[in-house]
Design a protein around this ligand. Structure first.
Ligand code: UD1
Ligand code: CA
Length: 453
């Protein structure tokens, strides 16, 4: 089967410089969702019809299996499909999808494809409470589809019909070519309507069949930011319910956003207002506190992520404690039972099993062994203004509070670093390291007081 995705429209009502189909839903362009669904049907040809912002659209969703047809002027949905014809395999049917209708399920499309087979013309229709604006499905006394009439061309009686055209259709391709070529634009909008193909099919003696989606939201399109926000909520609710069905505990399914994929083990608990981006994996018994943002991360079994933790790429082992207010950046790798506490940032660094950095610390470009205690206020000075350097710390090191480690530097296993030390030379195994300094107390000091004016 061929799949044609219409994505040439400008989307004036979005009031944005970004082409409509590139507006993100769940963190990805609307069109990317449609292409993903299309791919699950294994089309032989996948063609996107672009027009407004064609270059941006190509850049955003370009892939080896996607071809683009350009519709220079938006002369209607029938005209749009016409532009794709040279790229199609005429021996198999063509399914038409819309780049701004992101949530149609593959199972619904399969139902339509099954109903149409290779010889029939299939239309995905849905009956709605308020059909305003949509094309209406006009049936005869026997219930057979006669035509589709657009809102603007419909009679009073036709406007009362509540079964509407979702726009998604499937057609034998060879005949579609002829039908599209014969379309006229003598209608209220002066456009070449894809919907008029139905009458051509009937004239040609081709049977027209319909199928319906399981849910109405599958056919909703995005024309405005309001509709985009509504679809985002529908999508997030669906994702949240799927997580609940899979056994994840959500404090509130209305207060989680997944912009990517979230895989959860058994007995995972997620508190309110968490955002998951990219690819996130949570092991068994992981608990996520409120207000966490977690992107591209793998979190091991039994790990506790406390409130306000921000992860932008990283791996945590089992039974780790993170946060509150911890930050992991790309390349952070925490061994089992590590603790990373409040206002601690870890970037491109490994912390071994059971190591702890509980307060106010920056660990960057470092290899930290097991059971290391990183005192409050410790900083790895990894950047010399031009290059990054590594800090290497052996097992069982005790780092006193307010220590600076000026990289490149190596600290042997079992070392004790006194509080307030600047370590700029390597330290041998088991040594105590400190900077010599004096504590001075003065008795004649008078603290300044504010002058009264
Ligand atoms: C269309 C259908 C209508 C249906 C509705 C469902 C026609 C004539 N009407 O109406 O029956 O109920 O969708 O939402 O088909 N597009 C192009 N090039 C064009 C025109 C449109 O690529 O020249 C694309 C748009 O970007 C959009 C889609 O086709 O993604 C639908 O176009 P739109 O103008 O929104 O169609 P409607 O008038 O809503
Ligand atoms: Ca239109």
């Amino acid at each position: 089967m061929n799949i044609v995705i219409l994505a040439a429209g400008m989307g004036k009502r979005m009031r944005s410089a970004l082409p409509k189909v590139l507006h993100p839903l769940a963190g990805r362009p609307l069109l990317a969702h449609v292409i993903d669904t299309a791919r699950t049907l294994s089309p032989t040809r996948l063609v996107v019809v672009v027009g407004h912002g064609a270059e941006k659209v190509r850049e955003a969703v370009g892939a080896p299996d996607v071809q683009f047809a350009v519709q220079e002027q938006q002369l209607g949905t029938g005209h749009a499909v016409h532009q794709a014809l040279p790229l199609l395999d005429s021996s198999v049917p063509t399914l038409v999808l819309y780049g701004d209708v992101p949530l149609t399920r593959a199972s619904t499309l399969k139902r339509l494809l099954d109903a149409a087979g290779t010889e029939r013309y299939g239309v995905l229709t849905v009956t709605v409470d308020d059909p305003t604006g949509y094309g209406r499905i006009v049936r005869d006394a026997d219930g057979a589809v006669r035509k589709i009439v657009e809102q603007k061309d419909a009679s009073e009686a036709e406007r009362r019909i509540t079964e509407i055209n979702t726009g998604i259709v499937v057609s034998p391709t060879r005949t579609l070519e002829q039908w599209l070529a014969s379309l006229k634009n003598d209608n209220a909008q002066g456009e070449f309507y894809l919907t008029d193909v139905v009458e051509r099919a009937i004239e040609a003696g081709v049977e027209v069949v319909t199928a319906q989606p399981d849910a109405e939201w599958e056919t909703l399109g995005v024309n405005s930011k309001v509709q985009l926000a509504e679809l985002e909520r529908i999508n997030q609710r669906n994702v949240a319910y799927a997580l609940l069905e899979a056994g994840v505990t959500l404090a509130d399914p209305a207060r989680i956003d997944v912009r990517g994929t979230l895989e959860c083990g058994a007995d995972v608990t997620i508190d309110v207002n968490c955002v998951f981006e990219g690819r996130v994996t949570l092991g068994d018994n992981v608990s996520i506190g409120p207000n966490c943002v977690i992107r591209d991360a793998s979190i091991g079994a039994g790990t506790r992520v406390e409130a306000y933790t921000h992860i932008e790429g990283g791996t945590a082992g089992a039974n780790v404690v993170l946060g509150p207010y911890a930050r992991l950046r790309p390349g952070a790798v925490l061994g089992d039972e590590a603790h990373v506490g409040n206002f601690v940032e870890v970037k491109n660094a490994v912390m071994g099993r059971g190591s702890k950095a509980n307060h106010l610390t920056y660990i960057g470009d470092s290899d930290i062994g097991a059971r290391v205690n990183v005192g409050a206020g410790t900083i790895t000075c990894n950047y010399d203004g031009a290059n990054k350097h590594r800090t290497v710390i052996g097992d069982d090191v005790f780092i006193g509070s307010d220590t600076q480690l000026v990289a490149p530097v190596r600290v042997g296993r079992g070392v004790t670093i006194a509080a307030g030390t600047t370590v700029w030379k390597d330290v041998g195994e088991g040594e105590l390291v400190l900077n010599e300094k004096r504590q001075v107390s003065k008795t004649d000091y008078i603290r300044p007081t504010k002058k009264k004016v």
